[in-house]
Ligand binder design. Structure first.
Ligand code: AHM
Ligand code: MG
Length: 345
């Protein structure tokens, strides 16, 4: 049950069960000028999340159920789950009349809205199933999304609508398919988490107004790249590990699934890092549908995010699938990265 909130954005009692639909509508009611379009996008995303959760939960059974050949029991060809997740989101989002285009990690070009459907004033960018290489070993995976307002003229969405700095996001969120399925989102009024109750098929408010501790317990980084890091990045990681005597040592936790690493650090305090290295000078993670949405959420929760030299949300993108070095999490620990990497461009 959500705790009683008498101030801030909530006024629910201990006994009230707040579904995500109710929460979204209550937030919308605070804006008399709201048209309901953004709320509609969030409802549809929550539905897509439930459909993906359903597929992910049965992932280990795919081979068994499809053992007769490459088809599963419904006679459908077996597909990789990230392709399935991509299709689920596109199909759930393309006909509502609220979007004018989408972009996905799975698709090189932007995704147009089919001609028979109305165009709306928003664009949606998403990573349908982040960390999908972990599926085979039953490690949590996630969906990440970002919503921006259309800025180009005309009714069709364009790449220009996508290439906006992250501080222009109107909504962002992620879904983690873990021991339970959770959806966390923000529209700029705090970051709020909902847990899927599988018995009734509803996301229920479980983590209202998430706050990330200012100082982190956990460090999440892939050490295998140490040999390719710059000297300032190496010094930074030594600092987080307590090896230079300037900070007590953090515990290292690295799932290799961004949403899972981020989620743990958001709730418990910590820092996730995917630095640039000499082999990948821009890092690995994609700015528009991985870095920016989580950066919006972490800032709403009182944390921070940087590429080392610049706040993540201020980076002006030039390419749809552009990558950025990434240091995200507890405010004090991101401040250390900013101080130590200021000249590491
Ligand atoms: P993906 O979008 O292809 O799944 O890659 C992103 C994933 C993140 O979830 C994770 O943080 C990172 O790649 C792990 O990369 P590495 O194996 O280099 O540490
Ligand atoms: Mg990804």
């Amino acid at each position: 049950m959500p705790p009683t909130r008498t101030s801030g954005t909530f006024a629910h009692t201990d006994t009230s069960v707040v579904t995500i639909d109710r929460f979204i509508i209550e937030q919308e009611e605070r804006y008399p000028e709201a048209t309901g379009e953004l709320s509609g996008i969030l409802y549809d995303l929550a539905l897509a999340a439930k459909m993906i959760a359903n597929k992910v939960r049965r992932a280990g059974l795919a081979d068994i159920l499809g053992a007769a050949g490459s088809d599963n029991v419904q006679g459908e060809a077996q597909q990789k789950l990230d392709v399935i997740a991509n299709e689920i989101i596109v199909k759930a989002m393309d006909h509502g009349g609220r979007l004018c285009a989408m972009a996905s990690e799975e698709e090189e070009e932007i995704i147009a809205i089919p001609p028979q459907f109305r165009r709306g004033k928003y664009v949606l960018l998403f990573d349908p199933l982040d960390g999908s290489s972990n599926i085979d070993v039953n490690v949590p995976v996630g969906t990440i999304f970002s919503v921006l307002r259309k800025v180009s003229p005309g009714t069709e969405g364009t790449v220009d609508d996508m290439l906006q700095p992250g501080h222009q996001q109107v909504a962002a969120g992620y879904v983690i398919y873990g021991s339970s399925t959770m959806l966390v989102y923000t529209t700029g009024q705090g970051a709020h988490g909902f847990t899927l109750d599988p018995s009734i098929g509803e996301f229920l408010l479980s983590h209202p107004d998430i706050r990330i501790p200012p100082k982190g317990r956990y460090l999440s980084v892939n050490d295998a790249y140490e040999q390719h890091w710059t000297e300032p990045v190496r010094a930074l990681m030594r600092r987080y590990r307590g090896l230079d005597g300037q900070r007590e040592a953090m515990n290292v936790r690295y799932v290799g699934s961004l949403v899972a690493d981020f989620h743990r650090n958001l709730l418990g305090g910590g820092l996730f890092a995917y630095p640039a290295n000499t082999k990948s000078p821009t890092g690995k993670l994609r700015l528009l549908y991985e870095c920016n949405p989580l950066a919006f959420i972490v800032e709403q929760a009182g944390g921070a995010s940087t590429n080392g030299q610049q706040r993540t949300l201020d980076i002006v993108p030039t390419k749809l699938h552009e990558r950025a070095p990434y240091f995200i999490g507890s405010k004090d620990d991101v401040a250390i990265a900013t101080a130590m990497l200021a000249t590491d461009a």
